[in-house]
Design a protein around this ligand. Sequence first.
Ligand code: NAD
Length: 500
Amino acid sequence: MSEIVEHFVSGKPWTGSSERLSDVYDPNRGTVQRRVRLGMPSDVDEVVEVSAAAQREWAAWNPQRRARVLMRFLTLANEQMDELAALLSSEHGKTLPDARGDIQRGLEVIEFATGAPHLLKGEYSTDAGPGVDVYSMRQPLGVVAAITPFNFPAMIPLWKIGPALACGNAVVLKPSERDPSVPVRIAEMFVEAGLPPGVLNVVHGDKEVVDALLVHPDIAAVGFVGSTPIAEHVYSTATAHGKRAQCFGGAKNHLLVLPDADMDQAADALTGAAWGSAGQRCMAISVAVPVGEQTADLLVAKLAERARNLTVGRSDSETADLGPLVGADADERVRRAIQAGVDEGAELVVDGREVGAPEGGDGGWFMGGSLFDRVTTVMSLYRDEIFGPVLSVVRAANYDEALRVANGHRYGNGVAIFTRDGDAARDFASKVETGMVGVNVPIPVPIAYHTFGGWKASGFGDLNQHGPDSFKFYTRTKTVTSRWPSGIKDGASFVIPTMS
Ligand code: NAD
């Protein structure tokens, strides 16, 4: 095994000082396909220094000029979509069409961020007092860190990089060590698009590198996406070291099905949202809450049929419904969770563990979709994030009980309701304690110009990802109060100025 994925610093591959390497697997085979360099704290010091020097020049570019780099990046990324998708799916395991979706959702945020000249405009008040004008400006923070998870190796880095760069910051990206190649390719493409070397750097690593970033005095802000325990650690450490932080964590997304819903539409929606990408999406639906026994019986029958007919295939498939899980640990965790569900007394209607590897997938981490019925809210199957292709059905007697179930969970990332009743949908959208809500939409990932973020244990920090919040997160506001003409002379005043 020769190929090593190196850090990317100052516009080129960089080895740093560490000799630690981590395996990058082919999830279709369970074999090591390359290795990634894992950095150390002294590497972080060097990368931050490079970033800080490059940021000063980058921030001096006018916003339109910066936006044009993003526009050229978009052209390159669209031209190379298929190569990027193939690389992404080969390390992650998601199918090719899903990999293209991963990249496309990221590019949509780059498209949004090209609006920087407009989005960075400040506010202006004339004649706030005699000859007094007040205006505000948004200025970049400096060097910011982005720490991202394995499950969207293009989309989530791009959600961070686009707005952060457009605002005039330099970015140190610490991608997941499980699928590091696409993040490096993205950074290379930014340089090809005209980004000055050093403005976007990639440093690979594990806890050592992350912790060094969290305490580094020249990192101004940290954007994190990953599991909740790490999100909590990153948020508390970064903020304790005076940094701005937004940290997005795990999820257990519910989908309520009311008796009046179109049952085929609801079952199709659940099929894609629960088992697509092998359930490895933070917006995957892992809990269905049908209202009433009749609704539940009908829904479970339709879901069981769909689960049995899922096509599990290699990640380079154009037609499979889902590919393999990302790694052996993920495979073991999901199998353990399914067994725990059986042991706790939930009814395993379809057992995805029985699905074997497809052709060319010997040794890979393949699993079909699992469906559990009669899951209760005390079971670990319900309480814990499984992050695999497992759907639990929790039966509710009525709408109020279904709403209580959704609100009772400690996570609050996404949620959906399927119904034809506008009153119920409106009540639900208002009362549910979740950051993102779908009405007859299973995966309510907001579009790029709105913001993305969960509540409760799914999100830590005040501002969301992408949309207008991202421009607030990656800038700080300066307010200038000025008085012209300069000839006004009203003597010294010892009283605080007011508008009286
Ligand atoms: P993870 O928490 O294991 O890793 C996320 C990042 O943190 C990676 O870069 C990893 O290298 C780093 N990391 C891991 N352990 C660390 C430690 N002890 N100290 C410091 N850094 C550490 O998450 P993952 O398995 O890569 O991704 C899956 C998780 O991410 C799921 O929980 C999923 O719900 C969540 N997720 C959330 C969102 C969201 O927007 N809320 C989006 C995508 C994924």
